[in-house]
Design a protein around this ligand. Structure first.
Ligand SMILES: CC(C)(COP(=O)(O)OP(=O)(O)OC[C@H]1O[C@@H](n2cnc3c(N)ncnc32)[C@H](O)[C@@H]1OP(=O)(O)O)[C@@H](O)C(=O)NCCC(=O)NCCS
Length: 226
């Protein structure tokens, strides 16, 4: 796991450990993936060691981690909270896997979908790969009759949060028993949820005026590993 660095205030580190959840009430409203994208989306077979290596390469580069097959197994195959249904890759015209994303359902409520590990190679970020994969993965769920989906992340993952807002995900204030447990102190949990709402309000204002969303008092996602 990447070092958090000596100069970071402790309070920020702890706030970034708090789980935040967004929820889309109806996946059928999702726009289709960009048909003009130069990237093609393909399924990855997570029982195939070659595809596991492709997944690990993108994940490690995007998150600054050094995961191997054991971590892949824990995070994707036997995750205690989510049962993964699909893992897909965005493949560039030269055959490079530029991004990966998974989607599944909560083990404690299989009617509710969950996006899991959306990541794009740093060199390919900002060119629409994240949006392509996000739409693709939730549409796979919608095609299977899953109407509702959630995304669980941290405030520091601002870019992912904004992408989810753009696709109809809204902050969820009260977590359900199917969500990941969060042992953070209560005050931190409330603070994180208040900031999530503030980010969403700023995004709504920005999208209503056609401008960029106002930047909340949160760090960017560049300097953290989760
Ligand atoms: C979050 C992530 C998946 C987004 O993927 P991406 O391919 O960079 O995103 P896209 O190019 O589809 O862009 C989506 C939006 O993100 C924002 N964005 C993308 N690149 C950006 C950049 N370099 N600077 C600022 N904003 C940026 C923009 O709002 C963009 O919307 P726009 O196209 O209307 O400008 C990617 O940045 C990533 O892998 N980050 C590290 C891992 C991570 O945080 N994963 C999410 C965990 S929940």
């Amino acid at each position: 796991m990447a070092s958090r660095g000596p100069s970071r205030p402790a309070s920020w580190s702890r706030l970034d450990d708090v789980l935040v959840v967004t929820r889309c009430a109806d996946l059928r409203g999702l726009p289709p993936p960009d048909a003009a994208s130069p990237y093609r989306v393909e399924p990855l077979d997570m029982s195939d060691p070659a595809d596991v290596t492709r997944w690990l390469t993108v994940l490690n580069a995007a998150f600054g981690r050094r995961w191997g097959p054991a971590e892949h197994r824990r995070a994707l195959l036997c995750h205690p909270v989510v049962r993964i249904r699909h893992t897909v890759a965005a493949v560039a015209p030269d055959g490079t896997v530029a991004g990966v994303a998974s989607v599944g359902v909560f083990r404690a409520d299989e009617e509710v979908g969950l996006g899991h590990y959306l990541c794009v190679l740093p060199a390919a970020q900002g060119s629409g790969v994240g949006r392509l994969l996000l739409r693709h993965r939730y549409r796979l769920l919608a095609d299977e009759g899953i109407r509702v989906a959630e995304s669980q992340t941290h405030l520091s993952r601002r870019r992912s949060l904004l992408l989810h807002f753009e696709h109809g995900f809204v902050p969820k204030y009260r977590h359900d028993p199917w969500n990941s447990p969060d042992p953070s102190p209560r005050a931190l949990r409330w603070t994180a949820r208040a900031r999530l709402w503030a980010l969403h309000r700023a995004w709504v204002r920005g999208s209503a005026t056609g401008g960029a969303p106002a930047r909340p008092a949160a760090r960017t996602d560049a300097d953290t590993d989760r």
